[in-house]
Write a protein that binds this ligand. Sequence first.
Ligand code: NAD
Length: 298
Amino acid sequence: MTTIAFIGLGHMGDPMAANLVKNGFSVRGFDLSPALVNAAKAAGVFPCTTLAQALEGADVVITMLPAGKHVLSVWQELVTAVPAGTVLIDCSTIDVESARKAHALAAGAACPSLDAPVSGGTGGAAAATLTFMVGGDPDVFSRTQPIFEAMGKRIILCGGASSGQAAKICNNMILGISMIAVCEAFVLGEKLGLSHQALFDVASVSSGQCWSLTTYCPVPGPVATSPANSDYRPGFAAALMLKDLNLAQAAAQATGSATPLGARASELYDLFNQRGNGERDFSGIISLLRDQSGVETV
Ligand code: NAD
């Protein structure tokens, strides 16, 4: 049986580790929060009080941590503790530069490594329907398929080391920009006396059609399951959208890519977060645009 050390048992890591157990993997869990380690026991995760304990006998290590600095600090420690050949997988969303450094640390210890950020949120993590965007060696990717299949539905090899992170931030830059575009259209429609339903009926079957409109419609009504119908409870929190847009901007600056709309989206989400909306769904940014347009929230 494959033994997996799972490091980071937060909102995403906890259900992902539980799904690995459900699929027959032996999982050793560690988090800086003892309460989270304890809670994971209920799902059959073996609780570990230190990183070193979690790594004992592990064939594979998965990290699911907040940001690049956390991943690098854990990987620096773990590469000195695991035997060569241990497969290291980082599922966190982190900057491309840190992802490259993590792969280099693994290579220095003769450990195969993959970056494998996810989309699908906590709902997808619980239902094992996450999408994995994977960067790394194709042979390591095929060997680890059963692990990804236990936690997700779509598993896409995007290219070599760090290309999973690249795909993730490019996708989320599209998402942030397109959500603002859809919100702007609804606010303009409100000013022009157009009903939400009429705009939705037209745009959802016309060239304005996109995921931000048809799945996460930022006004209540047209899409019953969108967060707008539950006072913008996430969903995908605005703080996480800002994090991903900032990662995209860091990559754009490092590579000299022109991303003027990505930069503006990042500024607008920054303002939205500063106004205390970090825990709201990212589609709630329509309220910022209404404020700036002098429109009462409807
Ligand atoms: P979270 O903050 O709930 O969990 C992260 C966990 O890592 C925390 O429990 C923290 O205690 C632990 N941790 C931090 N440093 C550690 C260390 N040195 N050793 C052990 N544990 C440590 O975050 P989350 O929502 O689970 O997100 C994790 C990652 O997934 C982030 O990179 C996030 O951007 C990404 N992500 C999140 C979502 C989402 O909807 N929450 C969706 C897609 C991607």
